[in-house]
Structure formats: C-alpha cells, structure tokens
Write a protein that binds this ligand. Structure first.
Ligand code: CA
Length: 440
C-alpha cells in the first residue's frame, strides 16, 4: 500500500489561489492526470495534471526543462495523445513526477520556477479532453454485494445472489470501442427484448435505459502472459481511478444475458471522467478491507495482511440527473443517490489478483470497472433499476418530473471525492453523458 509523505500534508498550499479554494476538487495534494488540448484547436492531445482551475500542460513542462532525471522522463512520456507509455514506466516514475509537480506548484517554490510553471498552465474552462489511454481491454466487475442483493431480489427473490459472488470478484469482458470521455452523447440503443408474458421478442428502442455508478481502474504496468500477479503486488500494477458510467439497457439485458452474460445491453456506450486520480493521491483515504465473520472467507490467493489493513478506499460518490426540461427551465440537476466505495465486497487488489490467477496478461492502459456501487441504505443505490424497484416506484425530480428509467435528453452526472478531518479534500471532477433519441 502507498504510504503517506509530504505531498499528502493537509497544510500544504499552492501559489495558485484557485488550488487552495475550500471544497475544490484539485488542491496540490491531488494532481490527477488527463489528456487534453485547447478546445476547438488542432493542437495535439497531450497529458495534463489538474491544479485548481488550471491544467499543467505536461508537453510544455517537458519542453521548459524544469524537471530532471526520472521526473523529466515521466513528463516526456506524457507528451503524447495517450498516457500508456507513462503508465508503463511504473510507480517510481509516477511518484517522481508527482513529487516534482508538488515542489513546483507549492507556495515556497522559487519565484523563477513558479513563474516558468505559470507559463505551462492552461485554464480548465478552455480545454477539451480525450480518453487518457489507448484502452486495449476493458473488464467490468460486479463487486457490490448491496447491488447484487438489490437486483437479485427483484428478479430471483429466493436466490438473490449467485453462489460464486462471495468467493471471487466476478466479471465479464466489456467493449472498448464505445468508451467515451465525459461529454459523451449516444443514441438510445435498439435491440431485442421480450416483454413479460410474450411468446416472442421484438426489436426496437430500449424501453428500460439505465446508468451504473462505477469507478474505472487504469492498469499501469502489465504482467507477462502466464505470470499471475500476487495479491500483495497487485497495487503496483494500478495507476489510478476515474468515475465510470456503465450505461445499461435492462430490457435487452434480461432477455439476452443467459447463459453467456451481457452483450448488446452494455456495448453501446460507457462514459469515463477525464481525470485519473492516482492511488498515490488516495493514500490518506485507505480503509481496512472487511469480510464479516459469518461470510465465506477469501481463498488464499485473495487473502493477505496488506489487503486486510488497507485494501478498501473511502470515496464518496453521487449520481445526478439533469433532464432536457431541467436544462430549459434552469431548475438544475436532481441528486438521485449518494454512496461510498468503501462498501465494496472485493478490493481493487483482489480484482487484479483474480483477473490474472489463470495467467491472463494485463497491459498498460487496460481498464477495469468496479461494478455498480451501491450501499446498504435506501438512497445509496448506484442504478435507477434499484432506486425505482424496476420502475415500480418512479423518482420525482426537482422540477416535478418523474422517472422510472432514463428518458431521451437526460444527462447523468457522476461526482466523486474524498474528505475527512486532518486531510485535504480531493475530488474526481465529473463524468457527464447524455441520452439522444433512438435513430429513426
Ligand atoms: Ca456494470
């Protein structure tokens, strides 16, 4: 597990005033990575780091020659349209660049250095983002027991979770081609579904469109095929975490998924936030990973003292919905739910160890998602199918509109942050995606 150092000091301040604002997502203790360029320009996409309301342009920083050694190599590797090469450099390089950026942005940086650094800043309001990595493979896990129980009770009241759930982090291989960065729009998918009681399916627009609140996990360093990653080394292979919305067509899903799992119900769009918060930045927010004594205990390859001591992470998460009418009448987005990642039944390290136990190789830039994150309480569900009990109890939005499932024009916003006394609040920014009508 990552240890705390001076870059986590809650008292540290930047010479950039916006980085010190109360309640901001991007103080000097965070320093998350994205890929960006000036909006509407033909500039090359390149790596950037958030600080306050600005982006540190890592391409410009690399050319400014303010860095040395490993930090310089790391910044140079970020001067590309994807961060895969930077990810492949490994934890020592990630840490060297974090420490160098922290020193250059801190309020006691030498004035000449701070001035040179100021020349590498671009306002966040003036940039557009791209996917931060060339994602080779995408695996969607299913690791929230509350989500599994909520969905299971709706469809299999006598047998709400499958027997394997408590023994391993289960998953399916997802689709990369439709993963988009925040701001993504997509058409309501068409597909095959069979109405309750009907003898044959029909093909048409999805009638039960849903979101799933998840976190995305970017693999930093890979492993050779045939060489499993042991649990105690698993986090060395993880670069960081983003917000992820696994859009889901429930009517299509429940007709198609037996016996091979989700297919078209999940392959039309997945939205990620532009910023990747590093495991390094999340170090103050580690929690013990707990497994109740009366539940099955993990098999040996999923069990270890470091995972027990700090395998979980306390990330607060919210889902908001902004309808087309709310945009017109300016009534603002409505909060649908709030929960915490710390409730998750399996840890990220256990996902990595399980994924590779059979010899599967991971590559830099591979993406995992956590599976829908739901907590035990009534307002803590990470999908609308749980909140509305499959549409039986519609939600009421701020402006009085009601929702059983998503409608055309709806934008779903995910937000995430960490905060606790004695530590700097750090945030994930936002992931936003919008449903367009089905193609005629
Ligand atoms: Ca999912």
């Amino acid at each position: 597990m990552t240890t705390l150092d001076h870059t986590h000091d809650a008292g540290a301040r930047s010479w950039l005033a916006s980085a010190n604002a109360d309640g901001g997502d991007f103080p000097i203790q965070n320093l998350p990575f994205a890929v960006f360029r000036r909006a509407g320009s033909t500039e090359s996409m390149r790596g950037g780091v958030a600080i306050g309301d600005q982006v540190v342009d890592l391409g410009a920083l690399s050319e400014a020659r303010l860095l040395h050694g490993l930090a310089s190599d790391a910044a140079h590797a970020c001067d590309r349209p994807v961060l895969n090469e930077f990810f492949a450099l490994g934890r020592a390089a990630w840490r060297a660049l974090r420490h160098a950026l922290f020193a250059l942005l801190k309020d006691d940086a030498a004035p000449a250095m701070a001035e040179a650094m100021r020349g590498c800043l671009v306002p966040q309001a003036a940039v557009e983002f791209a996917l931060p990595a060339r994602i080779g493979d995408y695996t969607d896990f299913y690791t929230s027991i509350d989500h599994a129980l909520n969905v299971g009770r709706l469809f299999r009241p006598d047998d709400s979770i499958t027997p394997n759930f408590q023994w391993m982090p289960i998953a399916y291989h997802g689709r990369v081609s439709t993963i988009g960065v925040s701001g993504q729009t997509f058409h309501r998918p068409m597909g095959q579904a069979r109405a309750q009681g009907a003898s044959a399916p029909t093909c048409g627009p999805c009638a039960r469109l849903d979101y799933e609140l998840e976190l995305g996990i970017y693999i930093g360093c890979g492993n050779p095929a045939g060489e499993p990653i042991p649990l105690e080394r698993a986090e060395e292979h993880v670069f960081g975490i983003c917000l992820l919305n696994d859009w889901s067509a429930r009517d299509i899903q429940f007709w198609e998924m037996a016996p091979l799992g989700p297919f078209l119900a999940k392959n039309f769009a997945t939205t990620v936030s532009p910023w990747i918060v590093t495991l390094e930045a999340l170090a103050p927010y580690r929690l013990p990973w707990l497994r109740p004594a009366d539940h099955p205990q993990p098999l040996a390859y999923l069990e270890g003292p470091a995972n027990r001591a700090g395998g979980a992470i306390d990330i607060r998460l919210e889902v908001w919905l902004e309808s087309e009418q709310a945009r017109r009448d300016r009534s603002g987005p409505s909060r649908l739910s709030a929960t915490r990642f710390g409730h998750q039944y399996w840890s990220i390290a256990q996902m990595v160890a399980h994924h590779t136990v059979g010899g599967c190789s991971l590559n830099p830039g591979d993406l995992f998602s956590s599976g829908t994150i739901s907590g035990p309480g009534p307002g803590e569900a990470g999908a609308i199918i749980e909140l509305t009990r499959a549409g039986q109890s519609p939600l009421t939005l701020n402006n009085g509109e009601r929702r059983a499932f998503l409608e055309d024009g709806d934008a779903v916003l995910l937000r995430g942050w960490c905060e606790k006394p004695g530590h700097a609040r750090i945030g994930f920014g936002e992931s936003r995606g919008t449903v367009l009508p089905a193609r005629a």
